[in-house]
Design a protein around this ligand. Structure first.
Ligand code: ATP
Ligand code: MG
Length: 419
């Protein structure tokens, strides 16, 4: 148990005489024998009362959904007051989508407004008593992911819960209870109404999870992929398409996700731009009529296909300029890894360029997925390490040389992103 969280709970209970528990993901993970990512506290104390008990360490954050961050040497314990299920919007009483979520309530009400039964357990760390208002312990035992209350209603209230269901089911290896699954399939079209940054955040989490392959297969099966990433769903074709080319295309996409998972298991944390690039690489290469294995296409065509596919997506999903620009550039740069050095192309300058690290990460994933080019990857890794040690004068010299020889920017290099 986390000592800082214990301190928070102890002060709330003993000095403030409030109810206070560990709650949510940390209780679930502790019971499953997994290491919790963070320890959240829920309490009957109001934000102001929490703050008064921790005058120096506590900070009230959030305008609408106010909670208190209590910080011990940079380690934050998020402490929230029990809330009840939101009331329906008065303007549109039939619309279930949650708009306001900030009314205080009891511990039981707080449990019931949460998403899944396994996420709604309260643990008193001193008595070691677990408060289970929703049958979470039983589902945890059975390895079952189930919404609290009526699945269709809960998914309609917040369709991002569909993505969260996929995340928890794949991460924990849980089965999805059948009414919950049916509701996911039925309400997947509503994901189009959810706030885009939340959707983007969940997609990125799934990609970094180490179970991206299973997660994306599940997204496709419930129809969510069709709604959130229609280009990719199209690219994968129909499940039963007899055309071997379609099957092959889908296969290379799944293999890239498999490679990403292997990379995560080997201890890498993929850059968000690399994750986006993995998602769209095959769609872009296909649009540029590129042969996946030889990576042979006019460079300009890849650059423009990358921009054409990724820019609308980045806009719609509010991707940061940094991530979308980088994703486009590292896809375009892939051909550099197999280019022979010339007067215009200095491997040293390339290895020292801004996007090299992420471009090489993408190349590694491609090598893993296609099962070739690993030797090329290792060669570049070696060159990269050498380049770190090379004196600045050497780089300057190589830069001058390529600049002089290749008067213009070599064709196909992505244009620098606007500031
Ligand atoms: P992780 O290990 O990924 O952090 P978590 O269960 O802690 O998993 P969070 O996203 O950190 O998930 O949310 C904390 C808790 O808040 C959840 O366990 C759940 O009880 C509740 N919660 C989060 N998002 C929602 C949602 N969209 N609807 C209802 N409850 C939610
Ligand atoms: Mg959490």
């Amino acid at each position: 148990l986390d000592q800082d969280a214990l301190r928070v709970i102890s002060v709330l209970q003993r000095r403030g005489e409030h109810e206070a528990y560990l709650v949510g993901g940390c209780v679930r993970d502790l019971l499953l024998g997994r290491r919790p990512k963070d320890f959240d506290v829920a309490t009957s104390a109001r934000p102001r009362q929490i703050k008064d008990l921790f005058p120096r360490l506590g900070r009230i954050i959030g305008k609408r959904f106010r909670l208190v961050h209590i910080t011990f040497n940079g380690h934050v314990i998020e402490t929230a007051t029990f809330r009840k299920a939101p009331r329906k919007s008065e303007d549109a009483p039939d619309d279930l989508l949650i708009v306001d979520d900030n009314e205080f309530g009891s511990a039981e009400e707080d449990a019931r407004r949460r998403d899944f039964t396994i996420n709604a357990l309260f643990l008193d760390p001193f008595s070691l008593r677990i408060h289970d208002f929703v049958g979470g312990l039983e589902d945890l035992d059975a390895g079952l992911l189930r919404t609290i209350g009526e699945a269709r209603v809960r998914m309609a209230e917040d369709p991002v819960r569909i993505l969260r269901a996929v995340k928890f089911a794949t991460r924990l290896g849980f089965r999805i209870e059948s009414a919950t699954w049916d509701a996911m399939c039925e309400l997947a079209p509503d994901l189009g109404r959810s706030a885009k940054p939340r959707v983007t955040e969940e997609i990125q989490r799934l990609l970094r999870s180490g179970t991206a392959l299973g997660a994306f297969r599940m997204l496709r099966a419930c129809g969510a992929l069709r709604v959130i990433l229609p280009e990719i769903d199209d690219h994968l074709g129909a499940h039963d398409d007899p055309d071997p080319a379609v099957h092959d295309r889908a296969d290379t996409f799944w293999r890239l996700l498999e490679a990403l998972d292997a990379d995560v298991h080997a201890g890498h944390t993929p850059d968000p731009a690399v994750c986006v690039a993995v998602l769209f690489l095959r769609v872009i290469e296909h649009a540029a009529h590129l042969d996946a294995r030889t990576h042979d296409a006019p460079p300009q065509e890849i650059a423009s296909a990358a921009a054409e596919v990724l820019e609308p997506f980045s806009l719609a999903f509010r991707l940061s300029r940094r991530d979308s620009g980088k994703a486009i550039r590292i896809i375009t740069l892939q051909r550099r890894f197999t280019q022979t050095p010339s007067k215009r192309f200095s491997p040293l300058v390339f290895a020292k360029s801004e996007d090299f690290r992420e471009a090489l990460d993408l190349f590694r994933l491609r090598s893993m997925a296609w099962g070739q080019g690993w030797d090329v990857y290792e060669g570049w890794l070696h060159r990269f390490e050498e380049a770190q040690r090379s004196p600045p004068e050497e780089l300057e010299l190589a830069r001058k040389r390529t600049r002089r020889r290749g008067r213009r920017r070599p064709r196909g290099d992505p244009k620098p992103a606007p500031p």
